[in-house]
Design a protein around this ligand. Structure first.
Ligand code: PBG
Length: 333
């Protein structure tokens, strides 16, 4: 018997575990399932489905269509839907006065969706921007976004959403102290079980562009103004930790990092630091980039979507808020 040479050969051959699909499946560390997805959806006051130009494949849905979508989510195993309103520009004003209207499109959509598919959680954005003509998330005075005056409005809006049957309130405004104020108001009105997912680490990002098109925030989408006095500086990490610590102390049940893919380092840090259910929002610009490159044949769109979703899970996300949810759930289900 000839003794094989002891060297040279690699001490360990990691490629052995990659040689076949079955070995790859056996050692796979992370998987995305439909239950990891929150479907991000835009609803509008009119009838039917209206395509959003900068987000191919995404439509603004009527209340009726939204109810059908809730049934579809249930059938696909998607646990929750996050809804955002498109409001007719003629009904917007400087203070967003119809944000807490109990007959508005959001409460009507919540009721219709909960009637159609009560098993699906409905999450509402608590913020004024879809309702203000300037597109800011708060009350503006002398060019400043007023913190405490905005919180008062958000409380009215959040209580109205909870009364309509929303399961999760998601304040996305980045005012200081809003989580504690909202939690207190919910408790005071008997909404003990209404969850709060705080947009805790939300950055002033260029990746929200198509969303502002989707909800019709014309001025901000035209580049007039920015949200840098309330949303975070993309350069900061330590500050994200302070933001999240405060929101947890104030009563948040779940926290979010937004945008998603460019901020995976923040997500990982927050999960390691707090061990909270932490969600990533794959925002409109991330969606649009993948769709645009896919449409041009520059990337394999389907693989890119699935790769981006697994990246969130790998980085520690408890779930992903994404416009790809129905497509991905179908693919993964
Ligand atoms: C604002 C809000 C934004 C998004 C969700 N809530 C945009 C902003 O802060 O300007 C972005 C969602 C997306 O880009 O998909 N309250």
């Amino acid at each position: 018997m000839t003794v094989p040479p002891l060297a040279p050969y690699p001490a360990s051959r990691l490629r052995r575990l990659r040689q076949a699909n079955w070995t790859r499946r056996l050692v796979r560390e992370t998987e995305v399932r439909p239950s990891d997805l929150i479907w991000s959806m835009v609803v509008h006051e009119g009838e039917g489905a209206v395509p959003v130009a900068s987000m191919p494949g995404v439509d603004r849905l009527s209340v009726k269509e939204a109810a059908k979508a809730a049934v579809r989510a249930r059938d696909l195993g998607i646990p929750a839907i996050a809804i955002f309103p498109h409001i007719d520009p003629s009904r917007k004003d400087a203070t967003g006065s119809i944000a807490a209207d109990p007959d508005g499109v959001i409460p009507r959509a919540v009721k219709a969706m909960k009637d159609a598919a009560p098993e699906v959680g409905i999450m509402c954005d608590v913020a004024l921007d879809p309702f203000t003509d300037h597109g800011h998330d708060g009350v503006v005075e002398g060019g400043k976004i007023l913190n405490d005056a905005t919180i008062e409005r958000l409380i009215e809006q959040g209580l109205m959403q909870a009364a309509a049957g929303a399961d999760i309130l998601a304040p996305s405004d980045m005012m200081d102290g809003r989580i504690g104020a909202l939690r207190g108001a919910l408790e005071g009105h008997g909404h003990h079980d209404t969850l709060i997912m705080s947009y805790a680490a939300k950055y002033a990002s260029a990746f929200y562009g198509p969303y502002r098109d989707a909800i019709g925030s014309a001025k901000l989408s035209a580049g007039q103004g920015d949200k840098k006095t309330y949303q975070m500086d993309p350069s900061n990490t330590e500050e994200a930790i302070r933001e999240v610590a405060l929101d947890i102390a104030e009563g948040a049940d779940m926290v979010m990092v937004k945008p998603g893919l460019p901020y995976l380092d923040i997500l990982r840090r927050l999960v390691d630091e707090f061990r909270m259910p932490t969600y990533a929002f794959q925002v409109s610009g991330e969606y649009a980039m993948i769709k645009a490159a896919g449409a041009n044949g520059w990337i394999d769109e389907e693989r890119a979507i699935l790769e981006s979703l697994v990246a969130f899970k790998r980085a520690g996300a408890a779930g992903i808020i994404t416009y790809f949810a129905p497509w991905a759930a179908e693919k993964l289900g």
